[in-house]
Design a protein. Structure first.
Length: 113
């Protein structure tokens, strides 16, 4: 190990340089690693939570879009995404989103995938 001020060799574990007599600044090797591991843990936790929610939102959006298009093809031009989403939520009470989508498609004669 070398002195941080005069760059002379020092004994391992020494805190004062025998040449210049200055006390060496503390080395903090563990803090960057702790911060790195903490940052990685936070990113992993966010991904574990955010990815499934984003995937579910994307699939719900596609279902709503398909039903709006079907409604427009059947002449219901004033139907919008919010109307369809509310109707699906009402049909899915106590059941899954996909069950609500199927019920709405059957009610409006839209093909089921």
């Amino acid at each position: 190990m070398k002195c941080a001020f005069c760059l002379e060799e020092m004994n391992d574990g020494a805190t004062v340089c025998k040449v210049c007599g200055r006390e060496q600044p503390p080395t903090s090797d563990s803090k960057p690693k702790q911060m790195l591991y903490g940052g990685i843990a936070i990113v992993v936790a966010i991904l574990i939570i955010a990815v499934p929610l984003g995937w579910q939102a994307m699939s719900h959006s596609a279902d709503v879009d398909q039903l709006v298009i079907c409604e427009h093809l059947h002449g219901q031009l004033i139907v919008n995404r919010d109307d369809v989403r509310r109707e699906i939520d009402g049909q899915a009470m106590g059941r899954s989103w996909s069950d609500g989508v199927k019920a709405v498609r059957l009610m409006h004669l839209c093909p089921i995938d």
